[in-house]
Write a protein that binds this ligand. Structure first.
Ligand SMILES: Cc1cc2nc3c(=O)[nH]c(=O)nc-3n(C[C@H](O)[C@H](O)[C@H](O)COP(=O)(O)OP(=O)(O)OC[C@H]3O[C@@H](n4cnc5c(N)ncnc54)[C@H](O)[C@@H]3O)c2cc1C
Length: 423
């Protein structure tokens, strides 16, 4: 008689974005066939959102989409194409619109969505950035601005970050990309560009050095900036702010307030639906077998790089528990970003800590100054290109981003570049 097949632990992952895929592929890489993996996602494709900033300037959306099915098959991950609707932490079950699934460990990585309606008039009169469709609409609007400027009608473009937006970086990229793009079309003189944000400093989450970079760049580019100004209303051609500022526009571009993409009743969450976690392990409070990673969790800054780090922590923690080891994996929020501007780019590596203050929920750690690096140089555009090529390729192959020789080589390369082109 043959030995009965031992029952393997089952890890269920919800959401096929940065965090969900990194966790899934990391677990497969760590545990091989000693774990059963199921991924539930409402999309059969992975969307590389960071590079959708190029769509308004002419790139096609298909470039930033990866079909997940070959990787699921290659890594023996059961894929359920559906929506997770509810989690029962007692019964350890997830109800989806397809079937009910049990789990030993659950990773919630369902991300965030936008709630433009929180700002009166924004959805009707503004152009928002989140989906590729919105980016395509913006492309049309940018072309209209160029056409109007060429025909002699001055244009006013306003960029606006409202409170509760959790990832303002892309809007800073786009305002500077637009400036360069208009210059290259020789219409910049006919377009006024204004940037207004609720943040107390530009890119507040990333500390004083990024603020200084933006001040310098806005000055060089002739972009008028306003900080600490909170939008109150948008009408057909004007944005009003609660401090009395009013800006007239022909085109308004905004990144709306964030909420959780899916709310899971019965789990601890803030008023926006972001799941409450133990900061270091990303385990959901009072539900140690559930992990919330990426935009779905309560880390105040929502960023792909941080989503990957959180997913790696959760995967390592789960793997350690499955292997019977003492779980000591910890999430260290050191953010990394490269801000495209077309004529140059800014690199930033920022060690963060949470403060508990809703007005300034994170700050730069002052005990690790050697980790806080900022640099602006055209060479960083290559770094951005490299990330945009390697990460989707890793996911396409069913591999985690932060692992193996490719990541080791990239990390070493970024380190050398940071040494030379940032301080
Ligand atoms: C224009 C733009 C530019 C950006 N640029 C950068 C950048 O340069 N650097 C950076 O670090 N970050 C950037 N970000 C932020 C980054 O894209 C997000 O932080 C990142 O996508 C978060 O990853 P995630 O896996 O948590 O969520 P997502 O990538 O949003 O993935 C969540 C997945 O879950 C699925 N899902 C949701 N609900 C359910 C459900 N109930 N059931 C099943 N599936 C579900 C969604 O369809 C999606 O596939 C940018 C974002 C935008 C919009």
């Amino acid at each position: 008689m043959s030995e009965p097949t031992p029952i393997k632990p089952h890890v269920l992952v919800l959401g096929g974005g940065f965090a969900g895929l990194e966790a899934t592929f990391n677990l497969r890489a760590r545990l091989g066939r000693h774990v059963d993996l199921t991924l539930v996602s409402d999309s059969t494709a992975f969307k590389f959102k960071p590079n959708t900033i190029y769509i308004p300037f002419g790139k096609e959306p298909e470039r930033y989409v990866v079909d997940l099915m070959p990787a699921m098959e290659r890594r023996s991950v059961r894929f359920v194409h559906g929506r997770a609707l509810a989690i029962d932490p007692e019964a350890k079950r997830v109800t989806t619109d397809r079937e009910v699934l049990g789990y030993d460990y659950l990773v919630v990585a369902t991300g965030a969505t936008m709630r433009a309606e929180e700002v009166p008039g924004l959805a009707e009169h503004g152009n928002t950035i989140w989906t590729p469709e919105e980016m395509l609409r913006l492309r049309e609007r940018f072309e209209q601005v160029v056409a109007a400027a060429r025909s002699g009608t001055r244009q006013r473009v306003v960029f606006m970050v409202p409170p509760q937006n959790k990832c303002a970086g892309p809007l800073y990229e786009m305002v500077m990309m637009l400036d360069t793009w208009l210059r290259r079309r020789e219409v910049r003189d006919a377009v006024e560009i204004t940037y207004a944000t609720y943040e107390s400093h530009y890119i507040q989450a990333f500390g004083p050095r990024l603020h200084e970079v933006v001040v310098r760049e806005f000055d060089r580019r002739g972009i008028t900036g306003h900080v600490a100004t909170r939008v109150s209303e948008v009408t057909a051609s004007r944005v009003r702010f609660s401090d009395g500022l009013a800006l007239d526009f022909d085109l308004l571009v905004s990144f709306p307030p964030y909420v959780a993409a899916t709310r899971f009743d019965g789990l601890p969450a803030d008023e926006r639906g972001f799941l409450g976690t133990v900061a270091t392990t990303r385990q959901v409070i009072d539900s140690p077998d559930i992990y919330a990673v990426g935009d779905a969790g309560d880390f105040p800054v929502k960023q792909a790089f941080l989503a990957l780090l959180q997913a790696d922590t959760a995967a390592e923690h789960i793997a350690q528990r499955i292997q019977g080891a003492h779980p000591d994996a910890r999430f260290e929020p050191v953010s990394m970003c490269i801000m495209e501007q077309f004529d140059t780019a800014t690199f930033a590596q920022v060690p963060l800590m949470t403060t508990g203050d809703p007005a300034m929920p994170v700050k730069v750690r002052d005990d690790r100054p050697e980790l806080y690096k900022v640099g602006t140089n055209e060479i960083w555009r290559l770094g951005k290109k490299m990330l945009g090529t390697v990460l989707p390729a890793r996911f396409k192959a069913g591999l985690p981003f932060h692992a193996g020789a490719t990541w080791a080589a990239m990390a070493a390369g970024l380190d050398v570049m940071a040494h030379v082109f940032a301080d």
